[in-house]
Design a protein around this ligand. Structure first.
Ligand SMILES: [Zn+2]
Length: 195
């Protein structure tokens, strides 16, 4: 049987309460933890057991301090998620589920804006798409920040690669509420399941 997996996009402090804090972020983290808990029922509830049967993959926006997407360099965003800073770290409540080989960094190249986590790479240089194939994944749940940008781009790339994509609507945060609703509508029309 094929496996399910969860992809957690950019649940990082700068997007939660930092320089690019998004709406609904605290709630999205709480709901994500609830979702993960629900997957453990009947399995003993030990973290390593969950990860063997239900891989959880983390995406991190991970920029150099002079990244081209920052306003100072002519980009549209305030500085955020600079590698090695608190703002670029995954929310502490999720850390028990984080595995280094299942953590994928994107936006590492100074000159490239990279909203999608699909091409993010782990410390061994393997991409998210590659690892999902290796894990024999068919259905991918997605949650994270922000709906209109990194969540959407990640969902669309997963769909293009042939995965069934299930976006957890209570587990996402957004820059703008109307933009969030519009993105959900458009993603649903593309074939992404909003649940
Ligand atoms: Zn970024």
């Amino acid at each position: 049987m094929k496996n399910n997996a969860l992809v957690v996009v950019d649940m990082l402090y700068d997007f939660i309460d930092g320089s690019l804090a998004c709406q609904n972020a605290d709630n999205a983290v709480r709901e994500t933890l609830k979702f993960i808990d629900a997957q453990t029922k009947g399995q003993g509830g030990e973290d390593h057991e969950i990860l063997d049967t239900f891989p959880i993959l983390f995406i991190r926006d991970h920029h150099p301090a002079d990244h081209s997407s920052f306003a100072e360099q002519g980009g549209i965003w305030p500085p955020h998620c600079v590698a090695g800073t608190h703002g670029g770290e995954i929310h502490k409540d999720l850390l028990p589920y984080v595995r280094e080989e299942l953590t994928f960094d994107k936006g590492c190249d100074r000159t490239v804006e990279q909203y999608s986590g699909f091409d993010g790479v782990n410390n061994a240089g393997q991409s998210l798409g590659e690892i999902l194939e290796l894990l024999d994944t068919s259905e991918v749940y997605v949650c994270g920040i922000a709906t209109e940008y990194c969540v959407r781009n990640t969902c669309e790339d997963l769909l293009k690669a042939g995965f069934k994509v299930r976006l957890l609507k209570d587990c996402i945060a957004y820059v703008d509420h109307d933009g969030h609703l519009k993105a959900l509508e458009e993603m649903a029309a593309e074939g992404i399941s909003i649940e």
